[in-house]
Design a protein around this ligand. Structure first.
Ligand code: PLP
Length: 427
């Protein structure tokens, strides 16, 4: 059935007729293109293919002589890998603890530990409170919001501006003792593309919080994912670990990262950076969860990316594959939608996403029209707690997975959908 008939049943203007014709043509093409998730494309994965033959047959000893084929008593992970993550995150290696293949699992563990035991000995387990609230900058990462939702946390949305959420608003919210934390992607945000300003980072690190066990879940998933060699000054993220320590709040910050979008998503290495007290508490509980994560995978990665120089070079190659997609999308939006004043978008200099803000009330319709034309996008609203975008405006575009050759077609579909949705609204 031609669903477009449902909404334009009046006399069509020439432009609308043209759009409808395009819509029908796209439908007949039976496209199946996907811009819904931030997955690397095959060419990006290819950059790490050497990993598949590492470590070599006789290569199983860490720099400290740990036999990575066996269990080991060291629960923090190989020193050389912690050192590398330390450099990436600008945190001492001693404050890094390695995890398995997913930083999300470390983040989930940290949250559930806080619920079951309290964030540190002496604090009430969060599950004992009638209500726990979290500050959630929006648009944000859908996964974070689903985790909080499952745990029954009340999510307080705070709008992300050009330099992150408003520090003053955060400061005010933290005066409520039920507000136990914030969960955010501070650099090249998913999906905002925004990097937090120094003022905001300082506020988070230094502000007074009514809850003594306030925690910052700092998901720094895109810390080294620059699209350009020269990162903009605006994209230099202040060091929250040092700032919090200097303010006497060293236990407040939990930083998460992984190599998911450096090497192989789901087959990389994750880490958490935190104060010694937080790490001790984590290890105390984790001790009975597992003996060790996959040390051979640690070794494999450190052989492939032995130092920051190798990492930087590798990320340059990743950027060379991603950048043309981002630039093309920006070009099309600027050419096709800007003159019409249809929406707004960010032009990130790193990360995996472009966030397009459609005219209010149009996002769901645009995503649906794209789907009908064969292009799958992240569901509208997904970047908000409970999948509810009060403006029905934000649409996340994740261009990494699509082939560069398909991007022009995808954008033609997208622009058609935006114009149709706006036309429908205005008619
Ligand atoms: N955090 C953010 C902000 C992400 O965008 C993603 C993946 O899209 C992840 C975490 C997942 O990371 P991991 O594979 O290490 O769990």
């Amino acid at each position: 059935m031609d669903t477009a008939k449902n909404y334009i049943n009046e006399e069509l203007s020439g432009e609308k007729e043209l759009l409808l014709k395009k819509y029908k043509e796209f439908r007949e093409m039976d496209l199946s293109l996907d811009l819904s998730r931030g997955k690397p494309c095959a060419a990006q994965l290819e950059l790490s293919s050497e990993l598949l033959s590492l470590p070599g047959k006789d290569d199983y000893l860490s720099e400290e002589g740990i036999d990575c084929r066996n269990y080991d008593t060291d629960l923090r992970g190989l020193t050389e890998v912690r050192r590398l993550f330390g450099e990436m995150l600008e945190v001492p290696a001693d404050n890094i603890v390695l995890g398995g293949n997913a930083s999300l699992a470390l983040l989930h563990d940290a949250l559930t530990r806080a619920f079951l035991f309290g964030p540190l000995p002496g604090f009430t387990p969060w599950c004992k409170y009638d209500k726990i609230k979290f500050i959630c900058p929006v648009p944000g990462y859908d996964w974070h919001f689903h985790v909080l939702e499952q745990l029954g946390v009340e999510m307080i949305s705070v709008k992300t501006g050009p330099a992150g959420p408003d520090p003053e608003e955060i400061r005010e919210l933290a005066k409520d003792p039920a507000v136990k934390g914030i969960i955010c992607v501070p650099k090249y945000g998913n999906p905002s593309g925004i990097t937090y300003s120094e003022e905001l980072v300082r506020t988070l690190a230094e502000m007074e919080t009514a809850a003594p066990d306030f925690r910052i879940f700092w998901d720094n998933a895109y810390c080294i994912h620059h699209l350009y060699d020269e990162p903009d000054k605006q994209d230099q993220l202040a060091n929250i670990f040092d700032l919090a320590a200097a303010a006497g709040h060293e236990d407040r910050v939990l930083i998460f990262a992984s190599t998911s979008k450096v090497t192989f998503p789901g087959a990389g290495i994750s880490c958490m950076a935190a104060s010694e007290a937080n790490i001790q508490e984590m290890l105390r509980i984790r001790k009975y969860r597992l003996v060790n994560y996959d040390k051979l995978n640690y070794l494999r990665h450190i052989r492939f990316l032995p130092d920051m120089e190798a990492v930087t070079e590798h990320m340059r190659k990743q950027a060379a594959l991603l950048r043309p997609k981002f630039e093309y999308i920006d070009e099309v939006l600027t050419r096709e939608l800007k003159p019409l004043g249809y929406g707004d978008w960010n032009t990130p200099r790193g990360g995996y996403f472009i966030c397009y803000y459609a005219p209010k009330g149009c996002a769901k319709r645009i995503v649906r029209l794209c789907k009908e034309m064969g292009v799958t996008l992240t569901p509208a609203g997904a970047a908000y707690p409970h999948d509810h975008d009060p403006d029905d405006s934000a649409i996340r575009l994740a261009p990494s997975f699509a082939d560069m050759e398909d991007i022009p077609l995808v954008m033609d579909v997208f622009v058609t959908a935006v114009k149709l949705a706006v036309a429908e609204k205005e008619s």
